[in-house]
Design a protein around this ligand. Sequence first.
Ligand code: SIN
Ligand code: FE2
Length: 226
Amino acid sequence: MRSKPIPGPTADLFAEDSSQQSAGSEQMGEQSYVLRGYALPWVERLLPELRHVLAQSPFRKMVTPGGFTMSAALSSCGELGWSTDRTGYRYTPLDPDSQQPWPVLPDSMRQLAVAAAAEAGFALFEPDTCLINRYVPGAKMSLHQDKNERDYAAPVVSVSLGLPAVFLFGGHLRTDKTQKVLLLHGDVVVWGGVDRLRFHGVLPIKEGVHPQIGPQRINLTFRMAG
Ligand code: SIN
Ligand code: FE2
């Protein structure tokens, strides 16, 4: 696949016109890529399906085991959904708020995730869960590893919609140096294989209004959890 190195730490990530979507891909690590604008052809079909999901399982604030309320609001769809409370992080078949199964993973979302995984070299990706994160300006995601899935053979596929974000992609130690990657509406990040357990996070979202998504960023992360 076509790839170019991402800008070094000295490059000004905000210098480019963020309304300009560049195509192609950038390699972040041995088995991790940013696929620029990859989700754009899916967005029109995906948004009504996402709205339908959120009508069944609305965004909610969750508390970490350490007692902190996350600044991003969360929901899920698929056979399993991720949640956290004072007793731990887990995947469950039922939405703990409604006690109903999580909404079905819509076709458009599944197809996008499968295609993006294949584009990044991960064939046979069959996600059983999509975590939906909503960031309003100021919201962030601290550095963490995705470790609640049963096996790490499958990659994580992450779709960015709405306001831009600076994604931090670190190493296998929390203290490892991080790459800063500006993610725009429609960008997809895939990390797996030797990069599957790398620390990652999101810097606080800047104020703004996205023409299609409004004053927020929505992130979809697809995984094989069960
Ligand atoms: C996550 O790591 O769960 C979310 C990453 C993102 O919002 O880009
Ligand atoms: Fe994550």
